[in-house]
Design a protein. Structure first.
Length: 189
């Protein structure tokens, strides 16, 4: 059976608290970076949805906001728009998936209508491997309805993966450096 020597036990007693702190800090760094990347993925949609909802509430024609070209959700990173009437029925869209306008879950409309903030933000995965950062807003006016703006988060997810690797590498290097430092310091008399 393997037994630790007294000096090895002292090294572990000194290093283990450092290892826990390093691990916790690395986890916090990862969470902060990941949440920042993900939250920033919503910023363009928030601005666009608010601008369009304000104009629609003032009586602008909804069709004026639908671009002439359609974005294929499975192939494009472009921002897209979907407009719905007050009952959640589509009145215009610039996005398609498998040749059809994708269907938004009905619960999203109820959530957007009840929202105390001006918009509801969520991640939508209409099909495996296709994820979008989506913002929907319920607007009031002569003809109330919903504005939905979305865009792919493919690039954000790539950046998240890169950050995971960098933080993991930093964690491993710091763990090794701290162990070596504790070991060296234990040898100094």
């Amino acid at each position: 059976m393997f037994k630790f020597k007294k000096t090895e036990i002292n090294i572990l007693k000194t290093w283990l608290p450092l290892a826990v702190i390093i691990t916790c800090l690395s986890g916090l760094i990862y969470l902060s970076v990941q949440q920042n990347l993900r939250a920033n993925a919503n910023d363009p949609q928030i601005q666009i949805v608010e601008d369009i909802a304000n104009q629609l509430a003032l009586g602008q024609n909804p069709q004026a906001f639908i671009p002439p070209t359609t974005t294929d959700l499975s192939k494009s990173l472009a921002t897209y728009i979907m407009l719905f009437d007050k009952d959640g029925k589509s009145i215009g869209s610039s996005v398609s998936l498998n040749g059809k306008t994708p269907v938004i879950p009905q619960g999203v409309f109820a959530s957007a209508k009840k929202s105390s903030t001006s918009e509801t933000i969520f991640t939508w995965q209409p099909q495996k491997g296709i994820r979008s950062a989506v913002v929907i807003d319920y607007y009031k006016g002569l003809t109330p309805g919903y504005v939905l703006i979305g865009r792919s988060i493919k690039e954000v997810e790539i950046r998240e993966t890169q950050q995971e690797f960098i933080i993991l590498l930093g964690w491993a290097a710091t763990m090794i450096a701290s162990l070596i430092t504790v070991f060296v310091l234990s040898k100094i008399k």
